[in-house]
Design a binder for this molecule. Structure first.
Ligand SMILES: NC(=O)c1ccc[n+]([C@@H]2O[C@H](COP(=O)([O-])OP(=O)(O)OC[C@H]3O[C@@H](n4cnc5c(N)ncnc54)[C@H](OP(=O)(O)O)[C@@H]3O)[C@@H](O)[C@H]2O)c1
Length: 251
């Protein structure tokens, strides 16, 4: 057998937000690396598309669970469908770009409910119910926006900064069980989340010039970083943020 420290063979991994974009690609890539997947998303039709694209070789018995994580009963139903998992990728999220003067408490509440509270609540329940195997690995999809000041991105960035902070506290607390937790901070990645009718392709081209590597990311650029953090190649890595942004953060 070939030595591969990034293999996910024998691991059961739950990915939220698997019906689209980064979560979809992460789920498919993890299955390609040998993991048995539990995938979740709101949109049943798109989740099913991901499900049919999961790689099946050997003993991989994948499962899909439709769940809106804002609905407590659906979140609990997702948890109840799981036995023990070795990996968890918390990817579900939304964006909302607005100048600060239009960031009302309702808008803050809406984005924090999805990006922060439902993510953390799912993590809390899984940890409390001991559904994460000792030695398991958790990856939260944060964003470089947590550390930036791009116009109109404040609410979104604040949700991601909150996730980075919570991740560090959990890393300390979970270490007793050798459970690791890290965040991945992508720059702009081509997914439905960033597609806008208002932004022209010239504006996208202009924005990409800010990236030293002169392009936005593809979902697989992020998925590959997630695989590293889920795999045994990173067993001494916890409480950290992995920036994947084509060099944008170099400034
Ligand atoms: N794309 C980027 O440039 C970028 C950069 C940095 C970080 N990120 C982060 O990466 C993650 C994935 O984003 P993406 O770009 O892949 O976006 P996407 O293509 O829009 O996918 C978002 C996913 O989140 C799910 N979701 C949203 N609200 C949910 C809820 N209440 N309950 C359950 N699932 C919910 C969606 O489910 P449905 O399919 O049912 O809607 C979908 O699967 C997000 O956390 C995002 O903040 C993205």
């Amino acid at each position: 057998m070939t030595f591969n420290p990034f293999s996910l063979e024998g691991k059961k991994i739950l990915v939220t937000g698997a019906s689209s974009g980064i979560g979809q690609e992460t789920a498919i890539s993890c299955s390609r690396m040998g993991a048995e997947m539990i995938i979740s998303g709101r949109n049943a039709e798109r989740l099913n598309q991901t499900f049919s694209n999961l790689v099946r070789s050997g003993q991989q018995n994948h499962v899909q669970v439709t769940a809106d994580l804002l609905i407590q009963t659906e979140l609990e139903n997702l948890v109840s469908q799981l036995e023990k998992i070795d990996g968890l990728v918390l990817c579900a999220g939304i964006a909302n770009t607005k100048p600060f003067q239009f960031c009302t408490p309702e808008k803050f509440k809406q984005i924090f409910e999805t990006n922060f509270f439902s993510t953390i609540e799912l993590l809390r329940i899984l940890y409390k119910k001991k559904k994460i195997t000792d030695g398991g690995s958790i990856v939260i999809i944060s964003s470089v926006s947590a550390n930036r000041s791009d116009f109109g991105n404040g609410m979104y960035g604040a949700t991601k900064a909150a996730l980075n902070s919570m991740m560090r506290y959990c890393a300390n607390e979970f270490a007793i069980k050798k459970i690791r937790i890290n965040t991945v901070m992508p720059g702009m990645v081509w997914t439905p989340l960033i597609k806008s009718d208002i932004i022209t392709s010239e504006q996208y081209q202009e924005d990409m010039k800010k990236y030293p590597l002169k392009r936005y990311g593809q979902p697989e650029d992020v998925a590959n970083g997630v695989i590293y953090l889920l795999s045994d190649a990173s067993t001494w890595v916890t409480g950290t943020t992995l920036i994947i942004d084509g060099g944008l953060s170099l400034g």
